[in-house]
Design a protein around this ligand. Structure first.
Ligand SMILES: NC(=O)c1ccc[n+]([C@@H]2O[C@H](COP(=O)([O-])OP(=O)(O)OC[C@H]3O[C@@H](n4cnc5c(N)ncnc54)[C@H](OP(=O)(O)O)[C@@H]3O)[C@@H](O)[C@H]2O)c1
Length: 325
């Protein structure tokens, strides 16, 4: 039986990867702090990666596969030191945020990456991922898959970004919804379970190298229309230009009072990564409409009107629509 160690496994992506490995018939051990359960069928080893003894319970074993999703370069380096030598294959989940350019449209894995954070330097997400990648390459470069996902979406998404749209259209019903004027803008996502399946595939094949994990490139307007159709929205779609939205305090991309997935004009490449590498390495993508439907079902279960980490509250949206009218 394949012995898999998931560093994490109790959160969103790492939990879906752990579950996918269980479903693939592997013996799965998750290492996390113990506040949340591991998926059914996986064992949980409690350890805090901030502690020197975090890996004691797993370091004495040989692993066929280790999966790490951490963005903390010190955690990644310590794990490699503790279990790297006794692991046949290592999968590290990085991010397209390692790329130094958001203005290159249709870039591939050759686009230059950010300078890794050095010791004592302040944390920076993209540079931390670059530092973690460097550790993986140094210790396990010939037996490691470094996976760079773009925006990960689908059921359970704790960031609340992609789900905002289908949920908002469903909540609004026959009332208006505010959308950005982003006629030429792109949108590119990967379903969390397509990414989990890809991680399992890479581990099984012992694939090594660096690969973007991104879906096909769509127009943002088409993605919004797909969400609207899935949600059965029949109200008006109020399209507003960037200057109006910014004047009303609406933010790009993510977080409170944002319109998720809407990017500033100086980032035309951020959601246009090539995915030939992903497909060539055996990655598969479900239709975007299926991801939208899965997301809507999850949003309904979690509550369309719940407090969100990203997007406008319905009250804020109606206030802005009123002011713009
Ligand atoms: N969301 C996106 O669109 C996106 C895009 C590109 C890349 N990514 C990358 O994907 C990765 C996965 O994202 P995610 O948020 O879904 O992660 P996640 O699966 O929630 O992973 C975090 C895991 O690490 C564990 N953990 C955290 N701190 C720990 C510690 N000190 N000691 C031991 N275990 C610890 C957590 O468990 P406990 O809390 O239970 O300890 C959890 O199981 C991230 O690294 C992110 O950079 C995300």
């Amino acid at each position: 039986m394949t012995d898999v160690l998931i560093l994490g496994g109790t959160g969103w992506l790492s939990g879906r990867i752990a579950r996918a490995w269980v479903e693939a018939g592997a013996s799965v051990t998750c290492l996390a702090r113990g506040g949340r359960p591991a998926p059914e069928g996986a064992a949980l080893v409690v350890g805090d990666r901030d502690s020197a003894d975090a890996y004691d319970a797993v370091a004495g074993r040989e692993w066929d596969e280790v999966v790490d999703v951490s963005s903390n370069p010190a955690h990644v380096a310590a794990a490699l030191e503790a279990v790297g030598a006794r692991t046949a294959h290592w999968t590290y989940i990085s991010s397209v945020s390692v790329y130094a350019r958001a203005d290159v449209v249709g870039g591939d894995e050759q686009v230059e990456t950010l300078e890794p954070t050095g010791p004592g330097e302040p944390s920076d997400y993209g540079r931390d991922k670059a530092a973690a990648e460097a550790s993986v390459r140094a210790v396990a470069g010939d037996r490691a898959a470094i996976v760079r996902p773009g925006l990960i979406v689908g059921p359970g998404d704790p960031t609340d970004r992609f789900g905002y749209w289908v949920s908002r259209f469903a909540l609004a019903g026959d009332e208006p919804v505010l959308v950005p004027d982003a006629s030429g803008a792109s949108a590119q996502v990967i379903d969390v379970d397509d990414l989990a399946a890809f991680a399992v595939h890479l581990g099984r094949e012992r694939w090594s190298g660096i690969v973007n994990a991104v879906g096909d490139v769509h127009l943002l307007v088409d993605v919004l229309e797909l969400a609207r159709t899935a949600a059965g929205h029949t109200g008006e779609v109020v399209v507003e230009p960037a200057d109006e939205l910014i004047a009303h305090g609406v933010a790009h991309w993510a977080g409170p009072k944002s319109l998720p997935l809407w990017l500033p004009d100086d980032m035309p490449g951020f959601m246009t990564w090539r995915n030939e590498g992903f497909r060539g390495a055996g990655g598969t993508l479900r239709p975007l409409a299926e991801t939208v439907d899965r997301t809507l079902a999850d949003e309904r279960a979690r509550g369309l009107d719940r407090e969100r980490r990203a997007g406008l509250t319905r009250a804020d949206e109606l206030a802005i629509l009123g002011a713009l009218a």
